[in-house]
Design a protein around this ligand. Structure first.
Ligand SMILES: [Mg+2]
Length: 193
């Protein structure tokens, strides 16, 4: 049995619902901003590369829409219920996001509005060293490069399948999932609940 139960959870693409690459709030708002329907050019994480757009266009878009997206995006189905179950089992839940810390209160407000339980919300781009420092045993993430760094530090990663992380190869301590039902099942198995 593992005594301490400490997990890390990413926000965007994990707690938020971005299920379909061409049918989610980011894509919709980008089309709205450009005034036309566009298709993703490449299956990558980086927005400019994904849409073949210049950094000026992307910066303008984010300037105008980012705050609104963060406040309007829906939570992923089942996320709240799973985290509630874990909170009742005395899990320490670190929400660790690369969002700029200027969005801290907005993010807190979103979490409160959707009744998502957590222990601490931290803004950090470099997640692996922080995860080590906080004794995080398992991390739910969708960004392949962050996952790679966590894995290099022997942290169990639950990777939420996304078009942009397909390239990360199967390896020890990496499990891929499609939804929060699978996330919950794996966490229960991992901590022998
Ligand atoms: Mg993410």
């Amino acid at each position: 049995m593992i005594d301490q139960k400490i997990i890390g959870v990413d926000i965007d693409g994990v707690l938020t619902d971005e299920s379909h690459p061409n049918d989610n709030i980011w894509h919709d708002r980008l089309c709205q901003y450009l005034g036309k329907k566009i298709e993703r050019a490449r299956d990558v994480y980086n927005f400019m590369e994904a849409y073949n757009l210049s950094s000026d266009v992307i910066d303008g878009f984010l300037e105008e829409h980012l705050e609104n997206i963060y406040s309007q995006v829906n939570p992923a189905p089942g996320a709240k219920e799973t985290l509630l179950q874990l909170a009742r089992k005395d899990f320490k839940i670190y929400l660790i996001t690369a969002r700029n810390s200027r969005y801290h209160s907005l993010t807190e407000g979103w979490l409160k509005k959707h009744q998502i339980p957590y222990t601490t919300l931290i803004h950090e781009d470099s997640k692996a060293p922080l995860a080590v420092e906080k004794n995080i045993q398992l991390f739910v993430e969708d960004h392949a490069e962050t996952a790679r760094e966590l894995l290099a530090n022997n942290i169990q990663v639950i990777l939420v399948n996304k078009y942009h992380n397909r390239y990360l190869k199967a390896q020890n301590n990496l499990v891929r999932v499609n939804n929060w039902e699978e996330i919950r099942d794996y966490i229960f198995k991992y901590f022998q609940l």
